[in-house]
Write a protein that binds this ligand. Sequence first.
Ligand code: TXA
Ligand code: MG
Length: 326
Amino acid sequence: MARIISIDGERREAVDAAIGVLSKARPVAIPTETVYGLAADATDPAAITSIYETKGRPRFNPLICHMADLDMAERYAIFDPISRRLAERFWPGPLTLVLALRPDSAIHPLATAGLDTVGIRVPKGFAGELIRAFGRPLAAPSANSSGRISPTTAQHVEADLGSRIDLIIDGGPCPVGVESTILKVEDGRIRLLRPGGVPAEAIEEATGLTVERTKAAGTAAIEAPGMLASHYAPNAHVRLDATNVVPGEALIRFGDRPVDGMTEAAAVFELSPTGDLGEAAANLFGLLKKADQTGAAGIAVTPIPDHGLGEAINDRLKRAAAPRNA
Ligand code: TXA
Ligand code: MG
């Protein structure tokens, strides 16, 4: 079973223990502001292989490479002016930029699935400190088995991957709760490959440019294969935009408006009674897991506004509701 070390105690001890595992080309689960990541040395093929194996992740699905800061990122990728502006404004933070790889980049092709681009982000807090101390970028997908809901607590990681990894660093619940926003700048235009912790409105405000959503669902899927339909699959059937509860269903509610049939629900979970999208994002994955654990056949979710962080929340809910064979 994995050892769990909290960062509340001796912070240096947690960093040292993580570096010990990373130095053996093994993955370590670490907290980030978005979700827990399964991190390994992005320059070491054996380390990257162990990430794919631990998650059961298809190798055509590239990993995000995490850096300590923009200076470090520039050693591995080429920044166009818009990407640089975005990095300066939003790093450290929940933003991933897909950039051209430098020809001399030390990032191993296994991390990028052989693409000539690389997804880079600079995380806040412990993850950033760890990368600075380790001195090399960390490839880190979310610390869950492929296809499952991303973990937002160390306990989620333990329940899923605890028997397959050596170490989990416990940083408490992730404050953002949904994964990073993924952007790609092309010919001076900003494409949204995945909505996430930085709302599109904030990107538009920072750049004065329109964030372009990919036209067809399939287009993003080709470029960000992890974004394929059924990616956050609970066992229960998930029903979105619900205005009532069918007997036997669990209910996940946004806001405090009464819902028809609510008193008959198998269980009721509150994303945010006050209708705060940030709070709802932070609670989303944990409540999906809890609702699923009730054993209810279905989970009804009330409508969630599609602006700000609501876009990322609705994106993840659609994936949770998608047919499994899609
Ligand atoms: O918040 C996050 O982004 C979390 C934390 C741990 O940093 N990480 C995360 O990683 O969500 P993962 O592997 O679960 O999702 C990474 C996504 C995948 O959909 C992948 O296809 C896409 O990023 N991606 C990575 N590199 C890419 C590239 N070069 N081009 C296009 N998409 C890429
Ligand atoms: Mg993931």
